[in-house]
Design a protein around this ligand. Structure first.
Ligand code: ADP
Ligand code: MG
Length: 138
């Protein structure tokens, strides 16, 4: 089992000024920040990150949203990181997310849902490598 996951603070949460509060929640939940950067994805890179969803009806909207503004990407470390982080962020649709989760508190809508969290150890590694070079994730 891996002890790392990859998160993004998405453009809605960045624009709404929630980055600091979200990072605070992540830290207080016991995740160590291994790597962190602020950047803006191009539509091409956003499309590459979400390529697994390219046949879904919301893909175009997702790519356009994820390249619409600045994001923060971070690698987080904790025992059972992938599952524990998915629990901390809550359901994809904030209307269905449990009270106290990041998406319940800070998401805008189903599409603009404040944060990303990897869904498996394998994808956590792929996604960490997408954003960070070997020199940045030690
Ligand atoms: P999660 O981010 O919870 O792992 P998915 O991997 O299923 O969710 O979807 C990736 C992202 O695509 C979601 O976080 C959300 O931003 C967007 N998305 C998912 N489903 C929909 C939908 N039905 N309509 C619009 N956007 C969606
Ligand atoms: Mg997912």
């Amino acid at each position: 089992m891996s002890n790392r996951t990859l998160t993004m603070i998405k453009p809605d949460a960045m624009k709404n000024g929630y980055a600091g509060a979200i990072i605070d929640m992540i830290s207080k939940a016991g995740f160590k920040i291994v790597a962190l950067k602020q950047l803006k994805l191009t539509a091409e890179k956003a499309g590459e990150f979400y390529a697994v969803h390219n046949a879904r009806p919301f893909y175009g909207e997702l790519v356009s949203f994820m390249s619409s503004g600045i994001i923060i990407a971070a690698i987080l470390e904790k025992e059972n990181a992938v599952a524990d982080f998915r629990k901390l962020i809550g359901a994809t649709n904030p209307a269905q997310a449990e009270d106290g989760t990041i998406r319940k508190k800070y998401a805008t809508s189903l599409g603009e849902n404040a944060v990303h969290g990897s869904d498996s150890d394998e994808n956590a590694k792929i996604e960490g490598d997408f954003f960070f070079s070997a020199l940045e994730r030690f």
